[in-house]
Ligand binder design. Structure first.
Ligand code: CTP
Ligand code: MG
Length: 242
């Protein structure tokens, strides 16, 4: 029986959301995003939740009330650092890690991800792929720009426009073999991790190591709650009275 583990990243502060609490504690229809996210997970062997270090106890009591087998670990200063800490804790807890142990890394900020997305990611892993990400076509034209020469410079210089048909917006859950993801997080852990230099997803570690990554279809309802408008949409979709 293959084991399935989940790392749920919830250590972010939610700066862009602008509430006076960590994003995972912000309520939608009177329930914190963390609870929605935990309840939306597929059945699995164990969940490790990364939490803001100062709020660990608060997160632990939320998690304990959800009836999911889970532990809370302090996150880092970047998403990459938070996942690395959670993976390290997971590897210690499940010792010994088995060759076929699977792990899904999922953002608590995507609490309404449909079960079918989890199923597609796991199915692709079971089909032999080693790194699987949910993807959507992009609707905007995406341009590459050069760094501003001065922070006050009002314009940025465009350097490229990749063909939109080749671009995808990437969601979570992202699926991997636990021992491989753990090794990659150890390998890339020495890099100094600021929000701007860290890898923004886990598949990027595979790409940096020249390992293949594949996509499966994502879903619009797995959108990431990032801004007040996203929160308003979530409230509208999930409040019982609309
Ligand atoms: N995350 C994390 N540890 C960090 C930063 C982010 O675990 N140091 C998690 C967030 O909790 C979230 C996911 O990574 O589930 C995606 O991050 P994002 O949407 O950027 O959330 P925040 O970092 O909280 O938001 P902001 O960037 O607006 O502060
Ligand atoms: Mg962030």
């Amino acid at each position: 029986m293959v084991r399935l583990f989940v790392v749920l990243t919830a250590a972010g502060s939610g700066t862009r959301l602008g509430c006076d609490m960590p994003k995972a504690l912000v309520p939608v229809a009177h329930r914190p995003l963390l609870e929605w996210a935990l309840k939306g997970l597929p059945s699995c062997d164990f969940v490790v939740v990364s939490a803001p270090p100062a709020q660990r106890d608060r997160f632990q009591s939320e998690v304990s009330g959800c009836g999911v087998p889970a532990a809370v670990v302090p996150g880092g200063s970047s998403r990459q650092g938070s996942v690395a800490a959670a993976i390290r804790a997971l590897v210690n807890m499940v010792d010994p890690v088995q060759e076929d142990d699977l792990v899904l890394v999922h953002d608590a900020a995507r609490p309404f991800t449909p079960p079918a997305v989890f199923d597609r990611v796991v199915a692709a892993l079971q089909d032999g792929h080693r790194a699987v990400v949910p993807a959507l076509p992009v609707t905007d034209t995406i341009k590459v720009v050069a760094a501003r020469t001065h922070p006050d410079e009002p314009v940025e210089v465009v350097t490229a426009t990749p063909n939109r048909a080749t671009l995808r917006a990437i969601q979570t859950p992202q699926g991997f073999y636990l021992h491989e993801l753990a090794a990659l997080h150890e390998r890339f852990a020495e890099q100094s991790l600021t929000e701007s230099t860290a890898f923004s997803d886990d598949a990027a570690l595979y790409e940096a190591a020249n390992l293949p990554v594949v996509t499966v279809d994502g879903d619009r309802s797995a959108y990431k709650i990032t801004t007040p408008a996203d929160l308003a949409l979530a409230e509208f979709q999930h409040s019982p009275h609309h």
